[in-house]
Design a protein around this ligand. Structure first.
Ligand SMILES: CC(=O)SCCNC(=O)CCNC(=O)[C@H](O)C(C)(C)COP(=O)(O)OP(=O)(O)OC[C@H]1O[C@@H](n2cnc3c(N)ncnc32)[C@H](O)[C@@H]1OP(=O)(O)O
Length: 527
């Protein structure tokens, strides 16, 4: 298999194109050319395919307006090849030209690179650009690939050739990926008039891996709409939030076909059961094959999934880092926070092994409880002799039971102890020679100590896992819950953190996340 680029016009000073359009005569070879295209296009790659017979450009609309579903396997093939070869590009296979006799290619984003997968004459290319492209950037490039004849075995996909007026599908659609696009494309390909999409609201997300990372419902709805309007603007789209697994699919008599993944086929059957009970016509169920994740690690799913995308965000910068001009550049201070039992100590251990100095605020705090220490007298004055143990020290277990069930008492304790801990932390930082210091503090954000840090990192775990871990540490369930309730929830931590880590999986995976976060940190730290 060989190819070369030719006919490059109006060169854009070697800049990567933001948006490319691949004019594709042979969808089977897309996998082979994606690698090269990826090097030329930064964000979005539209794909307009010509008739399988390779119509000349001037006549690109295939004469198959009555048999759109026949394009299903081709669309599946393109998205699954894109999954293997350029997962990070926003690939969009345009449907309008396949469904309707539309002379223009409309795209929401202006095209600044046109890629032809075989050579055409200059006049054919000029004619195509002038007659067909509606949203061309002011400056654009043209690339012609010259591929050797290549025929790949086509994966046999058996799909019904149903097409109807109104199709429906549902899902979370977090960080729209190629498998979502495939489902949405099927719904758009088979609908003559309307596509309804149910997008799950937050109440349906809690069982999902790292659900707190899932984009807001409005954003997911917008992304679905943006994609559908781009690939086939001729249809009506009804994109609605749903708070149960059925949404409008069990009430709307006009719906005729539901697109499901192989995994959600049962959900389609359940919808039909309910429709029958309500005397509504059942829906045709169209299952779409799952798209394989090209390089899953052992903890990731074999199919392309948003959970994998979310897991891969761990350790990366999620919230841009603002320069903190109140503190010197060196030592570089990471504030490590996170809920109770979320795995902060494990993370600090890994970071220490990688070269960071660790300041453990719990331990500094515990010093206050020894007789003779600065806060001791005040604490006994506020909470009474009941908190003093037989050895004269303050009994943290007793104090903890008091403060974690009463917000006012916790605030009183914090007001006494935090200034002492903060001063101690600053002293240690001042006299340190380390390049990176990790300040481990469970309630760093509540105390406002991000001011002392360059970055905030957080460890999270699901609430149930935190309760389980605390019970294993001999805490009664009631006390475990009181302690968790005394702290912000994971969403709050994520919103206010630059980097997030999660210790839900085997320790090796936490270690991998920390290593990834550390390597990225070294790259962005001021030298
Ligand atoms: C700003 C900071 O984060 S400083 C570090 C946290 N320390 C403080 O805030 C000082 C006040 N707290 C304390 O002195 C102690 O936690 C006590 C006396 C209340 C309880 O002592 P102990 O029973 O020994 O518990 P310990 O100190 O190990 O803390 C247990 C958990 O309570 C949580 N916790 C501690 N202080 C607080 C607080 N002020 N508010 C909410 N949760 C807290 C933490 O999650 C901690 O576990 P973690 O470090 O694994 O996340």
């Amino acid at each position: 298999m060989g190819y070369y680029f030719s006919v490059v016009r109006k060169p854009l000073l070697n800049m990567l194109a933001k948006t490319g359009l691949l004019v594709c005569s042979n969808p089977k070879q897309i996998g082979n050319i994606m690698g090269s295209i990826k090097k030329e296009v930064k964000h979005t790659l539209y794909i307009q395919f010509l008739s399988a017979l390779g119509d000349p450009l001037g006549n690109f609309c295939p004469k198959t307006f009555n048999t759109w579903p026949k394009f299903s396997p081709t669309i599946y093939g393109i998205y699954s090849q894109a999954a293997t070869n350029c997962n990070d590009l926003d690939v969009r296979v345009l449907l309008s030209g396949l469904k309707y006799n539309i002379p223009k290619i409309q795209t929401q984003k202006p095209i600044d690179l046109i890629i032809f997968d075989k050579p055409y004459s200059s006049s054919e290319i000029d004619c195509f650009i002038n007659m067909r492209l509606q949203n061309l950037a002011k400056e654009y490039n043209i690339i012609t690939l010259n591929c050797e004849e290549f025929q790949e075995e086509e994966k046999e996909i058996i799909l019904s050739d149903t097409k109807v007026n109104h199709t429906v599908l549902g899902g979370t659609f977090d960080r729209l990926h190629l498998a979502h696009k495939l489902l949405l494309s099927e719904a758009a390909l088979r609908a003559d008039k309307t596509v309804t999409v149910g997008v799950t609201e937050e109440n349906m997300l809690f069982s999902k891996t790292l659900w707190e990372f899932i984009e807001d419902t409005d954003l997911r709805i917008n992304n679905v709409r943006d994609f559908l309007c781009d690939i086939c603007p001729e249809l009506n789209y009804n994109i609605v939030p749903i708070s149960d697994p059925f949404g409008p699919a069990i009430t709307d008599p006009t719906m005729e076909l539901i697109v499901v993944s192989q995994e959600t086929f049962k959900g389609g059957e359940k919808i039909n059961l309910i429709r029958r009970e309500r005397n509504l016509p059942p829906l045709d169920i169209l299952p779409v094959e799952l798209v394989d994740e090209p390089n899953p690690n052992p903890l990731e799913e074999a199919k392309i999934s948003s959970s994998t995308t979310r897991m891969r965000l761990l350790g990366t910068v999620l919230k841009p880092i603002q320069k903190n001009s109140n503190i010197p550049n060196i030592p570089y201070v990471i504030g490590l926070t996170g809920g109770i039992a979320s795995g902060k100590s494990g993370v600090t251990k890994h970071m220490q092994n990688l070269g960071a100095e660790i300041i453990n605020c719990d331990l500094i705090g515990h010093e206050c409880y020894k007789p003779g220490k600065l806060c001791y007298k005040e604490l006994v004055k506020v909470f009474g002799e009941q908190i003093v143990a037989d050895n004269g020290e303050i009994d943290r277990k007793v104090l903890g039971t008091i403060v974690f069930k009463n917000k006012d008492d916790l605030e009183k304790l914090n007001n006494i102890v935090w200034p002492y801990i903060a001063a101690e932390v600053q002293n240690i930082i001042k006299s340190s020679h380390a390049k990176v210091i990790v300040v481990e503090a469970a309630v760093l954000l509540v105390a406002g100590w991000q001011n002392m840090c360059h970055e905030v990192w957080t460890t999270i775990i699901p609430r149930e896992e935190a309760v389980k871990r605390l019970i294993e540490r001999n805490l009664a369930p009631e006390h475990a819950n009181n302690r968790i309730n005394a702290q912000p929830n994971n969403k709050y931590y994520i919103q206010h953190s630059n980097v997030v880590l999660c210790s839900l999986w085997p320790v090796e995976y936490t270690k991998e996340q920390v290593k990834k976060a550390w390597d990225l940190l070294l790259k962005r730290m001021p030298s």
